[in-house]
Design a protein around this ligand. Structure first.
Ligand code: HDD
Length: 701
């Protein structure tokens, strides 16, 4: 959220736009002929019927009628940004890919997404998030099409339609939108138990990120990297956010769904506009390619499994900075086409059966979505490297190929293009010569794929008590939204294979009985890297509300300046819009502000009493009644929500107006501070480094 005035003013003389389709100063038809009137159709007299000969009318309406294309069958809701990836250059021994060589800079376009909801659905639904990156390398496009969760619901792509049919809204009434809290999802997940690990991550705080800027990304599958000398290693890709991994709390997610459905999209766009450029490190876990496709007993071809970082540390290969918002949503964010099979020399697939099906699906889906096989010619999809594919024609062909011999071999167009090995002669083959052995054609899976619970348990046991409580609440909420008691009970039964206390707490919330957990549940070594709580992180671009009453503005400018100085994003919130005496714009009024968009609050008292409010109050008419809060109720709601959501609240020394007392908030509760004006920004930084004051509502493990 940037320091923009409440009502942005329109520039008196907007700059002339130019670009494809915008290079004439006068309005034209699509054919370039001038248009003199686009407000009235051509009619037989002022009140007469419209004439068929009105080409401008027909062309304008025809184009409008066809403006929509099918939304993505999954990941329809998304937001994107341009940026740059800079290689640290330490992967040269591991991977021959040019973009990983020392100091290489590569342009990228990243699209973040929700999975289940429609294109217009809310950002903050509990869901997995997509994290798809297009690298425009000098050797062609490399797409890393990952998620913010390192495991997946299914082990074989043939189950993908089943999973998605179960997760999407019910086909009869098409509800609920964008979320997993419904019968068909939990019906499937509780019957198809490979989904239990992914469901567990989704019920954790990972399912409700605070921001795209604060999400990890994972390639999920095991990929192969091949060095210049042809040596193969297996890798798992990771994106590590510079700001750390942080989440909303569930109530905030729900409030944001109504108060600001564009919560994540806005956060990304406004952070980039304000110069708070999101950053991630790309890293890999490197695993030996010894022919077994297992590591420490974990099947590397099973996409429902991850490798704990304690067993294989993530090694950083480079840094990505997103520094430019898309110029046009449809042209870029909507039309971008990712594909896990868009790879460059040095990066290759493995036999993970989920990945294998994806290699088909992502090409196929673009035929319907983007209307034909030439989608690589859409500007956002065009490689930066030279292209000579010998493909010809088809819908939306924009190229004008030369020559007469689009076939190979040919002698008539000079025999070109040459094969890449012929051109260089010195590189290992593009496809890694993987030995395939003598196998039979079967529809089957390895025995290791039948472990559906051990990593869900590992994940749950690695969380702090606070995070575990969130998981319990999430399961209780989601199953509580299922109407079918048998579905609820079956999922609770699944939870007993993960953790007895988890199963019992959810069963109790639902009024069900939990079975006894099997006696032989594994006792895994918890992985500290799985917990989001405990670290301290940069506060770059964190939103801090500075709340004050108009007329009481003495310290506002200084506090705002101090917060900005430490990299935070102050947002001035007051009773009325406009500017304060120093010229700073008021960003939100009590009418337009809601607690969800702030990471911390600074209260400058005294705040306006309820009587000043433009909201009708019962208490206004008479003497304060019991429970009456002597401050504008919109401010007390804001403070109350921030308190419940464990956010830092900072008051100015000597300016206590009784608000906290009236709300029942004790001044020395964790994350509540009363400090001198000069210490406000440092206090905010200190509190926000831990994201939330989780110790405010302690939970015993
Ligand atoms: Fe997928 C889109 C990530 C399994 C079929 N997927 C899509 C996007 C992401 C992922 C981030 C959005 C790309 C964008 O922003 O345009 N998908 C994953 C991950 C998976 C996964 C991390 C498992 C590890 N997906 C998966 C399977 C299939 C698909 C098994 C089919 C067999 N996915 C698709 C798709 C989409 C898609 C239908 C919809 C739009 C698109 O591809 O371009 O083809």
């Amino acid at each position: 959220m940037t320091n923009q005035p409440e009502q942005p003013s329109t520039p008196a003389h907007p700059p002339a736009l130019s670009g494809p389709g915008q290079d004439s100063e006068t309005l034209t038809t699509t054919q370039g002929a001038p248009v003199s009137d686009t407000d009235h159709s051509l009619k037989a007299g002022e009140r007469g019927p419209t004439l068929l000969q009105d080409h401008h009318l027909r062309e304008k309406i025809m184009h409008f009628d066809h403006e929509r294309i099918p939304e993505r069958v999954v990941h329809a809701r998304g937001a994107a940004a341009h940026g740059t990836f800079v290689s640290y250059g330490n992967a040269s021994q591991l991977c021959r890919a040019d973009f990983l060589q020392p100091g290489k800079e590569t342009r990228v376009f990243v699209r973040f997404s929700n999975v289940v909801g429609s294109r217009g659905s809310m950002d903050t639904a509990r869901d997995t998030r997509g994290f798809a990156t297009k690298f425009y390398t000098e050797e062609g496009i490399f797409d890393l099409v990952g998620n913010n969760i390192p495991v997946f619901f299914i082990q074989d792509g043939v189950k993908f339609p089943d999973l998605v049919h179960a997760a999407k809204p019910h086909p009869d009434v098409e509800i609920p939108q964008a979320q997993s809290a419904h019968d068909t999802f939990w019906d499937f997940v509780s019957l198809h138990t490979p989904a239990q690990a992914h469901a567990m991550w989704q019920m954790s705080d990972r399912g409700i990120p605070r921001s795209y800027r604060m999400m990890e990304g994972f390639g999920v599958h095991t990929f192969r990297m091949v060095s210049d000398s042809g040596e193969s290693s297996l890798v798992k890709f990771h994106w590590k956010p510079a700001l750390g991994v942080h989440s909303l709390v569930w109530e905030e997610s729900q409030l944001a769904a109504g108060a600001d459905p564009d919560f994540h999209r806005r956060d990304l766009a406004e952070a980039i506009s304000a110069g708070h450029f999101p950053q991630w490190e790309l890293g890999v876990q490197i695993l030996p390619d010894n022919g077994t496709y297992t590591f420490e007993g974990i099947d590397l071809l099973d996409p429902t499994k991850f490798i704990p970082e304690e067993l294989a540390p993530v090694q950083a290969l480079g840094k990505m900075v997103l520094d430019r918002n898309p110029e046009n949503y449809f042209a870029q964010t909507e039309q971008v086409a990712f594909h896990p099979g868009h790879m460059v020399p040095g990066i290759d697939v493995t036999d993970d059966p989920l990945l294998q099906a994806r290699l088909f699906s992502y090409l196929d889906t673009q035929l319907t979505r983007l209307g034909g096989p030439n989608f690589a010619q859409i500007p956002i999809n065009q490689p930066q490297s030279p292209v000579n594919d010998m493909f010809r024609d088809g819908f939306h062909e924009h190229r004008v190929p030369q020559g007469i011999a689009p076939y190979q071999p040919n002698s008539l167009d000079g025999g070109c293009p040459y094969m890449s090995q012929m051109a260089s002669g010195e590189h290992p083959p593009l496809d890694f010569p993987q030995a395939l052995g003598d196998s039979e054609k079967v529809r089957a899976e390895p025995a290791s794929f039948s472990d559906h619970y051990s990593q869900a348990r590992l994940f749950y046991l690695s969380l702090t008590a606070q995070e575990q409580a969130h998981v319990q609440q999430a399961y209780s909420f989601e199953l509580g939204k299922c109407a079918d008691v048998a579905v609820r009970q079956r999922q609770v039964d699944c939870l007993t294979h993960i953790d007895q206390q988890l199963a019992s707490s959810v069963a109790e919330a639902l009024g069900l009985e939990a079975q006894r957990a099997p006696a032989d549940l594994p006792q895994p070594q918890p992985s500290a890297a799985l917990s989001q709580i405990g670290g301290r992180w940069p506060v770059d671009g964190r939103n801090v509300a500075v709340i004050f009453n108009r007329g009481n503005e003495e310290h506002v400018a200084q506090i705002s300046q101090d917060l900005t100085g430490l990299g935070m994003n102050p947002l001035l919130v007051s009773s009325k819009g406009g500017q304060i005496a120093d010229g700073l714009p008021i960003d939100r009024t009590y009418l337009t502000a809601r607690s969800i968009e702030f990471d911390a609050l600074v209260l400058i008292g005294p705040l306006p009493p309820a009587g000043d409010s433009s909201v009708a109050l019962d208490a206004k008419a008479g003497a304060p009644s019991a429970g009456f809060i002597p401050v504008d109720p919109r401010v007390s709601l804001l403070v109350n929500e921030a308190y419940r959501h464990s956010k830092a609240i900072i008051c100015i020394d000597g300016q206590d107006d009784g608000l906290l007392d009236a709300l029942g908030i004790v001044d020395d509760a964790p994350g509540i501070s009363t400090v001198d004006v000069g210490a406000v920004a440092r206090t905010a930084e200190d509190s926000l480094a831990a994201h939330r004051a989780w110790e405010r509502f302690p939970i015993a493990k």
